[in-house]
Design a protein around this ligand. Structure first.
Ligand code: GCW
Length: 669
């Protein structure tokens, strides 16, 4: 199929399907029947896209796209841009074509959000040069921790058949400034680097390129053995180095702007340099040397923890901090936002701020592995902003997000989960944007600009993360999920022979004295990994923020909280508040019916029924279970349990780690 034909299908798709509100159009839903005047002296695939986008949708003054090379534009970098009204025209300016494309999307966003455009004088420059999605997509089409269907990439059809969604995906990313995509799972198959597969990757890269989106690959450290037939993958071995050099050469001959590698090494059973008594730095640098001549980078993950006696929350720091300064300059160490694993709430990982001589990037999880999959509304911008409340944006190099995208018609399973993809892109461009502002502009573009809708929904979305924390794991509780699929509560889960740090009791430590993991100086002393001033705050039960209390302390059931309640009462109130908040999200949505098309209204309502159901399930499971230790009564304001503990203990959801349960699979009320 030719590119032009494809583009027409794509564009016709959005016009012809205007009445089918299935969520497929994301936030890019402007009426495309305009025919604006757009001046642009040059032609190129990227500029053609920018010109088309504006001419089809823009209803304002004549616009022109101009490449500049003056100092003012150069100061905005390769992707920055200006938008200015001058003499009855709007001029979009940048030093690069991609900058102009971003400017075009910005202009259309202003229109869609009904911004005041009488006098525009906008200068934009992204805070991070690398704004990257990480897909955990497997070669067989499943998506690890993906809850929106199968992978978007149809490997068996590529490179001959090109789904129109590849271009729609690139377009959506460009519209929010995402400029990189790692298309395969960090648990990487060596086959990702086979010549046959690289040709498929090239087909995707060719489609993404005009949208400013570069392709990266996750690689398996043992590829030289598995794919190359060598007897070792030791990074100091000359044959291994030569293998990577040749492989990288092959990649760049197909994909000249290939971005680089993402590596999960010596983590959860993946091979790595430590298998040969080499360090993570030696492994990363070996790959970095091969990529360097082409401008490629290595993103080396710090998500490591072994089944040792040491507190899991301390391990990434213990292993990586001593390597500070030992990585080559085209290596970036990719660190999850928190020290354990994408829990609904974690303190920031102490590696940030500690590794002063190593570029670090943060890895957020957009897919809701631990936040109700694609059944629950959990708008994540507030959680990511909380991270930036502790870690100054300019102390890190880049932002990566594990995507929530699949081949579901609406891309993300839950229509409102599209907002997390959107928010990730907007924050990677500018982490100082407010959560509310991002929610508001997303709602306006995705549904309607009616204030009666946008006001309450902005609030509902912004409140939703805290609601989920409250009904799942308040006060710093973490990782008390069901085994493997990480959906429902199983604080009692006990699997004989399992690694202790894969079991909930390792994290909640409930006993007759109290609840929580003692990471203070009397316990694992994880607090000491933080800067002194903060370590002090976290270390004392009296000064530790209550939202992290059970993360850092084993707290007696009768401990008096700031509210005057005991810990037990406070825990009960938090679960109860979480349930109330879930109901209130649902009520808000119900009141929005007049403003929303029926299709999306029903789809979201249905998922909210599940969310409320699950909030009851979480509250009952956790409180009834912890009550067996506290032996204390529920405060009378707390809603009576709907489930019985004995019944809940029998629940085993028939899902794997890439499925989202449906209502009929859940414990029945
Ligand atoms: O959160 C855990 C997930 C694994 C994932 C791993 C990682 C890709 O449960 O499914 O594997 O983290 O981030 O590597």
């Amino acid at each position: 199929m030719t590119r032009n034909l494809l583009i027409s299908i794509l564009f016709c798709g959005s016009v012809c399907m205007a009445s089918a509100e299935d969520g497929s159009r994301l936030w890019l839903r402007q009426d495309t029947t305009a025919s604006a005047t757009v001046d642009c002296m040059l032609q190129s695939p990227t500029l053609d896209i920018a010109r088309n986008e504006i001419s089809r949708a823009w209803r304002g003054k004549p616009a022109s796209l101009q490449l500049f090379s003056d100092p003012a534009h150069e100061a905005l970098g390769k992707e920055g841009y200006t938008i200015r009204t001058e003499n009855g025209r709007i001029t979009l300016g940048s030093v690069s074509e991609t900058g102009l494309l971003y400017a075009a999307y910005h202009l259309l966003r202003l229109q869609a959000t009904e911004a005041d455009m009488t006098r525009l004088d906008i200068r934009e420059k992204p805070v991070y040069d690398l704004r990257i999605l990480n897909h955990w997509d497997n070669p067989d089409g499943t998506v690890e921790r993906g809850y929106a269907g199968h992978s978007l990439w149809k490997w068996e059809e590529l490179p001959d058949r090109i789904s129109p969604r590849y271009e729609a995906y690139a377009r959506a990313n460009a519209s929010i400034g995402i400029n990189g995509t790692v298309i395969n799972n960090v648990n990487a198959s060596p086959q990702a680097l086979s010549t046959e597969n690289l040709k498929k990757v090239k087909a995707l890269a060719d489609i993404f390129r005009p949208y400013g989106l570069r392709v990266y690959l996750s690689v398996n450290f043992a590829s030289p053995i598995q794919l190359g037939g060598l007897d070792t993958a030791d990074p100091l071995d000359k044959k291994v180095q030569a293998w990577w050099k040749d492989k990288v050469h092959e990649i760049y001959s197909l994909i000249p702007d290939f971005g680089g590698f993402l590596v999960k090494a010596n983590s959860e059973g993946q091979p790595g340099p430590c298998d040969y008594q080499r360090t993570h730095a030696e492994g990363a640098n070996m790959m970095a040397r091969a990529l360097k001549p082409y401008g490629g980078i290595v993103m080396w993950r710090a998500f490591v923890y072994s089944p040792t006696d040491s507190d899991r929350a301390k391990q990434a720091y213990l292993e990586f901090n001593p390597l500070d300064g030992k990585f080559l300059d085209n290596v970036i160490v990719q660190v999850k936002n928190g020290p354990v694993d994408f829990q609904p709430r974690e303190p920031y990982s102490p590696l940030f701020g500690a590794m002063k001589h190593t570029p670090l990037m943060v890895e957020f999880q957009i897919t809701q592995e631990y936040l109700g999959h694609s059944n629950h509304l959990a708008y994540l911008a507030p959680m990511w902003k909380e991270f930036f409340g502790y870690v100054r944006p300019n102390t890190i190099r880049a932002m990566a997000g594990v995507t929530n995208i699949g081949d579901d018609t609406n891309w993300c399973g839950h229509d409102l989960a599209q907002a997390n993809w959107y928010a990730f892109g907007r924050l990677a461009w500018n982490p100082s944007l407010a959560s509310e502002e991002i929610a508001r502009e997303w709602l306006q573009q995705t549904f309607t600009t009616a204030p009666e809708f946008v006001g309450p929904m902005t609030k509902a979305m912004t409140d939703s993360h805290e609601a989920v924390v409250n009904y799942m794991m308040p006060l710093g509780l973490h990782h008390i999920f069901a085994w493997n699929h990480h959906y429902g509560p199983e604080p009692w889960c006990m699997i004989p022979g399992a690694r202790p740090d894969w079991l909930p009791s390792y994290y909640h430590q409930a006993d007759k004295e109290g609840l929580g993991f003692d990471r203070s100086h009397t316990g694992s002393n994880a607090v000491a990994q933080y800067p002194d001033s903060l370590a002090k705050v976290f270390d004392s039960i009296d000064t530790c923020p209550e939202k992290f209390l059970l993360w850092f302390h084993h707290v007696p059931w009768k401990h008096q909280m700031k509210s005057g309640h005991t810990l037990w009462e406070e825990l009960c109130y938090h679960y109860n508040d979480g349930l109330k908040a879930a109901r209130s999200l649902h009520d808000t949505w119900t009141a929005m019916k007049p403003y929303v098309d029926d299709e999306r209204y029903q789809a979201i309502s249905h998922r909210m029924d599940i969310q409320v159901h699950d909030a009851i399930w979480w509250k009952d499971a956790c409180l009834l279970y912890f009550q067996t230790f506290s032996k204390m009564k529920f405060p009378k304001e707390v809603e009576k349990p709907s489930f019985r503990l004995k019944e809940l203990k029998k629940v085993k959801l028939p899902i794997t780690n890439y499925e989202c349960p449906t209502m009929d699979m859940l414990p029945q009320l």
